[in-house]
Design a protein around this ligand. Structure first.
Ligand SMILES: Nc1nc2c(c(=O)[nH]1)N[C@H]1C(S)=C(S)[C@@H](COP(=O)(O)O)O[C@H]1N2
Ligand SMILES: [Mo]
Length: 527
């Protein structure tokens, strides 16, 4: 077997494939950014994969990458795309036009993915077709410019039966010209991709509109956050989470851009009276402020998929009243502009809790990633069954008749938040000095309320922590305990008790199907 005469040919052909696909993909992204922002070929394929992925895969992605799961997915797609592109290059060099056929098939896949998105437009296939056409043309061109194989030594060539053709001498100009053309194609692709993110940021019409919005003054303001709610301990999560530090979990690879002027919410299904409400109408209603902690069902014990904000919104209860749900309806299926759905028990939306259609978050219009212009916020339920962002529809129905995005994927139909507590200070693995040390964290069970937190050191007695003043039963609460640390290795645990007197269970359960249980625990070293 000889390599010297074939390997360079293979590498060049594979590289030609990668360069051609980079060229096409970059131009496709640019076309999408300019003409059809939701039709990005890579994001469409990614979104389709998110929807088709088995439930354990989403679980794993969040467990491994947390809120960086989307970047991880896009990186994965880029790697797979590069491998397919290299294969297409090799194939095109040997059996034209099969490499180009692969590239066109990829484009067709992108087009189908883009057209099947919930927010697809009639032109959503265009960027994928642009990508594929550009990549196929570039591939054909680059393969024709492949430099002749490098010269093999006579002996190498002689002992390789499959390459008995007379070894050709690579001409240096050929090689250089190939590198210039292929490098140029890849560079144009990369520049176009960069340009697409710039164009996307610049053309975010909704962002510009958002910046110009002045939210109305609330008709009912939230009681001020009690002075004792914030313990002001270094390293402890603040009691109100700033918008830019609020966890983000959703299936949207590209944040939906919804123009409030075109936004409306339709309430239909098992109702006496269908109701549709637009943005101006919603803002003209008496809006109420409330502080509510949101939690993701995928939050592991000790995890940070939880945040607390001051929301401004209109009670969903009152909108449903206008629609007059029919007897027998027990669920509201809310739908986002991008097709995501959540199934909320109707009683959670109609009882006296602050289930709202929110337009404001911590004094600002909702950030785009958190559902601009309108989302749902329902105290006491995990986000996947209640907190629909970019919400445009509410269908009054029954659990027997309809299912939602995550319940179709093995998650529980009901998602009340479980009693949990977390240690924030000290950090796992810290090395501390002996003496008085503050242990602190947060505890929550929204809409039930927390009445106490206990801390256990090295399996000893449970000690009562000091509880901060809770903002309400709908929010988490900070806690702290001062501990006289002695030198050595220590294990710290915490557990909460709710206002019904139930103590947080030590039973360890994973996040599927309805939220994790168990005690948060950390190990530290005191010197
Ligand atoms: N449109 C839409 N809304 C959604 C989701 C989604 O994937 N799409 N995810 C839900 C989940 S699982 C959670 S935990 C919350 C998270 O809200 P946040 O990103 O504002 O923290 O949004 C909910 N609303
Ligand atoms: Mo979630």
């Amino acid at each position: 077997m000889t390599h010297s005469d074939r390997a360079p040919g293979r590498v060049s052909a594979g590289w030609a494939g990668v360069a051609a696909v980079a060229f096409g993909a970059g131009l496709g992204e640019l076309a999408a950014a300019i003409f059809s922002p939701t039709a990005s070929p890579t994001a469409s394929i990614g979104s389709l994969m998110i929807d088709l992925a088995p439930p354990w895969a989403k679980d794993l992605a969040i467990a491994l990458f947390g809120t960086l799961d989307k970047i991880a997915l896009l990186t994965g797609i880029a790697i797979v795309l590069a491998l397919i592109a290299a294969a297409a290059g090799l194939l095109e060099a040997r059996r034209p036009p099969w490499g180009r056929v692969i590239v066109l098939a990829l484009g067709a896949f992108g087009a189908v993915a883009a057209m099947t998105r919930a927010n697809a437009t009639g032109a959503s296939w265009v960027p994928s077709v642009v990508s594929a056409a550009a990549a196929a043309i570039a591939l054909g061109m680059l393969i024709r410019r492949l430099p002749a194989r490098s010269t093999a030594s006579a002996t190498d060539a002689a002992d390789d039966a499959t390459t008995r053709q007379a070894p050709t001498r690579t001409s240096e100009p050929d090689r250089r010209s190939f590198l210039i053309w292929s490098g140029g194609a890849a560079a144009i692709g990369a520049l176009a991709a960069l340009g697409s993110s710039a164009a996307r940021a610049g053309s975010r019409a909704a962002t510009a509109v958002r910046d110009a919005i002045r939210l109305p003054t609330p008709s009912t303001t939230a009681a001020p956050v009690p002075a004792g709610a914030e313990l002001n301990i270094e390293g402890l999560t603040p009691v109100i989470t700033p918008n830019d530090r609020f966890y983000r979990i959703d299936t949207a690879l590209i944040v939906p851009q919804v123009d409030p002027a075109e936004w409306s919410l339709r309430i239909h299904g098992m109702v006496e009276q269908e109701v549709t409400i637009g943005w101006d109408e919603l803002l003209a209603l008496p809006l109420e402020e409330s502080v509510t902690t949101l939690t993701c069902v995928s939050n592991e014990v000790g995890g940070d998929l939880i945040g607390n904000a001051l929301w401004l919104g209109y009670p969903i209860r009152q909108l449903l009243e206008r629609a007059r749900p029919k007897a027998g309806a027990d669920m509201v299926l809310s739908r986002s502009v991008d097709g995501f759905t959540a199934s909320s028990p109707i009683e959670a939306l109609t009882d006296d809790r602050n289930a709202i259609l929110a337009v404001g978050m911590n004094g600002q219009p909702l950030p785009a990633e958190h559902g601009f212009p309108v989302r749902m916020v329902v105290p006491g339920l995990y986000g996947y069954v209640s907190a629909t962002k970019w919400v445009v529809e509410m269908e009054v129905t029954t659990f027997a008749d309809a299912t939602a995005y995550w319940t179709d994927r093995g998650w529980s139909e009901r998602g009340p938040v479980k009693l949990q507590s977390r240690i924030d200070v000290p950090r796992t693995g810290s090395v501390l000095a002996a003496g008085d040390t503050v242990i602190a964290g947060v505890a929550w069970q929204q809409h039930v309320g927390v009445s106490g937190v206990e801390v256990q050191i090295d399996g000893g007695d449970w000690q009562d922590a000091t509880l901060a003043t809770a903002i309400s039963d709908d929010t988490w609460v900070q806690w702290s305990l001062t501990w006289a640390a002695t030198s050595g290795e220590h294990t710290i645990r915490c557990r909460a008790t709710n206002v019904d007197g139930e103590t947080q269970t030590s039973d360890v359960q994973g996040v599927v199907p309805d939220g994790a249980t168990g005690w948060d625990e950390l190990s530290i070293r005191v010197s």
